[in-house]
Write a protein that binds this ligand. Structure first.
Ligand code: TMP
Ligand code: ASP
Length: 238
């Protein structure tokens, strides 16, 4: 499968059409942004590690009955995916308090959130991704209440699968962000699941092994992403 016309270029990935109208190629780039694009960097190999981590986690979810847009890798950092119509809702699942929830509400970093907290934000950087509820999402024509209930249920199932898998790799999953899209009549998982879109903490040390290293200048970003890759896709280092 070859890259055709560029369809869309975001902050960290570029999407191309292919000869198959139902398939797209996603290129995981080395660009990195935070705080709605205010802070920017280029970090060599970041795209490669994120692509490989996403591939592995999409495969894991598919094996566990979750439908995703993932088809196969085209190159080390290029993924063939279904051409889905992304729903402009960021679904954030939180197991341990970190990041924005600890800024907005009186919750300490590290506080367990049981049951997990799900938040849905409207995906629009120019508006700083404002939080949605079912009524606003329906008024915006993003998805029906029934569809959002289905998305939430799937997000919780995904959380269970990822949490127990990552636990076996010595990683905690404080939170992560998902995006869903439409394939025909179905709503399936899209986007990526990587160190850019999840918080991963080392179980022993509590150290961040994700984009917080970049957001808050916590050290060597590539070393952190490589450590996650080393644990979940060891085969790429053989
Ligand atoms: P937050 O604590 O900044 O709200 O982030 C929650 C989770 O969502 C965290 O795992 C990082 C991820 N995330 C994204 O993938 N994209 C974004 O634009 C933001 C703000 C967070
Ligand atoms: N994804 C957002 C940005 O690129 C925010 C973040 O991840 O912190 O600015």
């Amino acid at each position: 499968m070859n890259k055709g016309e560029e369809l869309y270029s975001g902050k960290a990935k570029t999407v191309y059409r292919t000869e198959d109208p139902d398939a797209l190629i996603v290129v995981f780039r080395d660009s990195l942004t935070a705080f709605d694009g205010e802070k920017k960097a280029e970090v060599s190999k970041k795209g490669y590690y994120n692509a490989q981590i996403s591939k592995k986690l999409f495969e894991l979810l598919e094996e566990n009955g979750i439908k995703t847009h993932y088809r196969e890798m085209v190159t080390d950092n290029e993924m063939l995916v279904d051409n889905i119509k992304i729903i402009l809702v960021e679904v954030i699942v939180r197991n341990i308090a970190a990041g924005s929830i600890t800024k907005k509400y009186p919750i300490e970093v590290g506080q367990p959130l049981e049951p997990p907290v799900i938040v849905m934000d409207y995906k629009d950087d120019s508006r700083h991704d404002p939080m949605l509820n079912e009524d606003i999402a329906a008024a915006l024509g993003l998805a029906t209440k029934e569809e959002l209930a289905g998305i939430k249920k799937t997000a919780l199932e995904i959380n269970g699968i990822l949490k127990s898998y990552l636990d076996g790799k010595g990683l905690l999953l404080p939170d992560f962000k998902l995006e869903f899209g439409r394939r025909g009549d179905e709503i399936i998982l899209g986007d990526e699941i990587s160190c850019d879109t999840c918080r991963f903490w080392d179980k022993e040390t509590g150290n961040s092994l994700d984009k917080d290293v970049f957001r808050f200048d916590k050290g060597d970003l590539v070393a952190a992403y490589m450590e996650v890759a080393r644990r979940i896709v060891p085969e790429i280092f053989e």
